[in-house]
Design a protein around this ligand. Structure first.
Ligand code: CAA
Length: 283
């Protein structure tokens, strides 16, 4: 089935990036959030990021204007339910995601594919509480979405081939590259990335290095574009902790134990860039 319209649920960090790339690739986008304010901010940010692409001559002004015209915001999930492909990009909390899918169900078009941008939660479990586990899969973008080349496509136990192929065609139309992952905790990218970030926090916690030396070591010693603590602030420390908990619970191995310092920062509300304070101070 050819996808023409995409519904994005959640206008936060990931949702606005997803709406941005989908609209730029020619899809009609319905961007949904419970808060009109969040959607207004998302649209302003999409415009700013498209302007940046125009100024760097990645896209033309006409492409930017057509992309903006393809994005419609709505606080009603009913408007999203009639699209060809729904991508849920809400907070990384399983109950919230279940509630969103349950709220969509009564109005879904029969052909609509449901996906989640979850970075770690079981696709099979999310799918099991919908009416279409065979038309359900993981569609996981990386942050910042307009820049990062990869999309992880995760099949749940019941996902059928036409659903996978339709999603793969979307990734290709976006000009991105898909990595196919099986449905195990945190899939591929976060299974590898998050233990590294968690280990960097342990390295800080145990006084092996300070924030600066840890980040410099990985940037200059391993050619990472960002140090692990800077990257944790960028992703959000609450998201990092949530993913470590999924790994720890799902794989029942102490090697995934979240560092107590990471937990403490989250409890303090020091969530990284989004709260202006994390391992770095952005105030
Ligand atoms: N929209 C559009 N373009 C953007 C953008 C955005 N939101 N953010 C950055 N860019 C563009 C810039 O315009 C610039 O373009 P040019 O190359 O044409 O000049 C390019 O990206 C680089 O940006 P900057 O020059 O501003 O900054 P930088 O060189 O320091 O790069 C970065 C910034 C791309 C974020 C880089 O530091 C990086 O790659 N960091 C690592 C990011 C990463 O690892 N992401 C994955 C996180 S894990 C994840 O997302 C999964 C999960 O589930 C948690």
């Amino acid at each position: 089935m050819e996808i023409k319209s995409v519904g994005v649920v959640g206008a936060g960090q990931m949702g606005n990036g997803i709406a941005h790339v989908m609209a730029l690739a020619g899809y009609d986008v319905r961007l949904n959030d419970i808060s009109q304010d969040a959607m207004d901010k998302a649209v302003a940010l999409i415009r700013k990021n498209l302007d940046r692409q125009v100024s760097r001559e990645k896209i033309s002004a006409e492409e930017r204007d057509s992309a903006m015209a393809r994005i419609v915001t709505t606080t009603s999930l009913k408007d999203v339910a009639q699209t060809d492909l729904v991508i849920e990009a809400a907070t990384e909390r399983e109950e919230i995601k279940h509630k969103i899918f349950e709220a969509l169900l009564p109005d879904l078009a029969p052909h609509t594919i449901l996906t989640s941008n979850t970075s770690s939660i079981s696709i099979t479990r999310l799918a099991s509480r919908t009416d279409r586990p065979e038309k359900f899969m993981g569609f996981h973008f990386m942050n910042p979405v307009p820049v990062m080349q990869l999309v992880e496509l995760i099949r749940g136990i019941a996902t059928d081939k036409p659903t996978y192929d339709s999603c793969l065609a979307v990734v290709e139309k976006l000009g991105k590259t898909a990595a196919s992952a099986e449905d195990f905790p945190a899939f591929i990218v976060n299974r590898i990335l998050m233990p590294m970030i968690n280990e960097a926090v342990y390295t800080l916690y145990e006084g092996v290095g300070n924030v600066y030396s840890i980040d410099q070591s990985l940037k200059l010693g391993a050619n990472h574009p960002m140090g692990p603590l800077e990257l944790a602030d960028f992703i959000g420390l609450d998201t990092c902790l949530a993913i470590m908990n999924v790994l720890h619970d799902g794989l029942a191995d102490t090697k995934y134990r979240p560092c107590p310092l990471l937990t403490k920062y989250v409890e303090a509300g020091w969530l990284g860039r989004k709260s202006q304070r994390g391992f770095y101070d952005y105030r």
